[in-house]
Unconditional design. Structure first.
Length: 151
């Protein structure tokens, strides 16, 4: 089955696949954290897809929320998330997130190339430590998840 990004099904499949990956579970071991990844400046194609799929008229941003506690406890797609409700938030234009998704074969270099384009809320040190642990194993899991990306 191919999952559409962005969609609730893709986010749920990713969480399930992360929990079935030994490398990811080793990397996230000892972490208890909630993180919201926000995409803004969505393309008309993404907005139309989300409106048709979820029946929401006004769409400005999307968020992918993760709750980790030694595994992926929860993952969800949130339309128009209230970023002030989360301790750790990473915000970027949707095309930056697409660049990250397209650069998963070399996730560290890709993250370094977009780092200045990310707006971080919460402890930068904590998020950098988390990313250093999970970016590579998470990237491998995402690459194995059959995905059709809406651009």
């Amino acid at each position: 089955m191919t999952y559409i990004f962005p969609s609730r099904e893709w986010v749920n499949a990713l969480c399930l696949n992360l929990n079935n990956d030994r490398d990811f579970l080793n990397a996230i071991n000892g972490w208890k954290i909630e993180v919201l990844l926000v995409g803004r400046n969505l393309s008309p194609n993404v907005i139309n897809h989300l409106q048709r799929t979820y029946g929401i008229n006004k769409i400005e941003t999307i968020g992918v929320f993760f709750r980790f506690d030694d595994s992926c406890i929860e993952a969800s797609l949130i339309i128009n998330p209230d970023i002030n409700s989360y301790q750790y938030v990473v915000i970027a234009d949707y095309d930056v997130w697409l660049k990250i998704l397209s650069g998963l074969s070399d996730p560290v270099t890709t993250m370094l190339s977009v780092f200045r384009k990310l707006e971080v809320r919460g402890s930068m040190v904590t998020l950098i430590r988390l990313a250093a642990n999970i970016v590579s194993p998470m990237a491998r899991v995402i690459m194995r998840t059959p995905t059709e990306i809406i651009k």
